[in-house]
Design a protein around this ligand. Structure first.
Ligand SMILES: N[C@@H](CCC(=O)N[C@@H](CS)C(=O)NCC(=O)O)C(=O)O
Length: 206
């Protein structure tokens, strides 16, 4: 969401929710996000809070549909749009839910090797993504020659994979996209390493 907003030039202001302190499960936060997860987008009207969106892909689509002309994240062609959504689905539906914090806590609770769990599910998703990239013709990013929602969700998924030690050399197409994204301001600004609440030792040097 941060990357998409930066790419589209949308200014967001942030309230931080510390997941390691379980703040997502607090009564206050539950009142604005019934899934007890981040992110939540609050869109303020003139008289305060007008609407709330609590699922990241719904937020991305809202940003896109509210500003379709500024750096569009979905192509116009139906086939290319489907390709973007297919890739987004791999990250948002196949990788993220099984590797998020609450899943990790449960896996640890059950005594399984949490790191191996993460590597296995992240690798399975990235493998599927890489194979689709291999089939897409004439592209520079995940689909076509411009950045789409697929790239926007891919990069944080790779950040997660790197954190858990997934061997990214298995995925040359993904790695090329990831490396190209690192050079762009929207991805730098949206990176977890650039956030004001990133602990000092982990923050990106600017
Ligand atoms: N389907 C939700 C998933 C959100 C989600 O799992 N977010 C993670 C952080 S990336 C979270 O809040 N985890 C808290 C937890 O697992 O307790 C979405 O896409 O917004």
């Amino acid at each position: 969401v941060r990357i998409a907003a930066a790419y589209k030039g949308i200014n967001l202001s942030y309230n931080y929710v510390n997941l390691l302190r379980n703040e997502q499960a607090s009564e206050d936060y539950k009142a604005i996000n019934t899934s007890q997860s981040v992110p939540t987008l609050l869109v303020k009207g003139e008289d305060g809070c007008a609407m709330r969106i609590q699922q990241s892909i719904a937020i991305l689509e809202f940003l896109e549909e509210s500003r379709p002309d500024t750096h569009p994240l979905l192509p116009l062609d139906p086939e290319a749009r489907a390709q973007v959504r297919e890739l987004v689905g791999i990250v948002a539906c196949d990788i993220q839910p099984v590797t998020n914090l609450k899943m990790l806590k449960k896996v640890r609770f059950l005594g399984a090797d949490a790191c191996q769990w993460q590597v296995e599910w992240m690798s399975a998703g990235l493998d599927a993504y890489e194979h689709l990239l291999d089939q897409h013709q004439d592209r520079e990013w995940s689909v076509g020659k411009t950045i789409t929602m697929a790239d926007v969700v891919l990069v944080p998924a790779v950040d997660g994979a790197l954190r858990f030690g997934v061997d990214m050399t298995q995925y040359p197409h993904i790695q090329a996209i990831y490396n190209a994204a690192q050079r762009l301001p929207a991805f730098q600004q949206g990176s977890w390493q650039s956030q004001p609440d990133t602990p000092a030792g982990l923050r990106m040097e600017s």
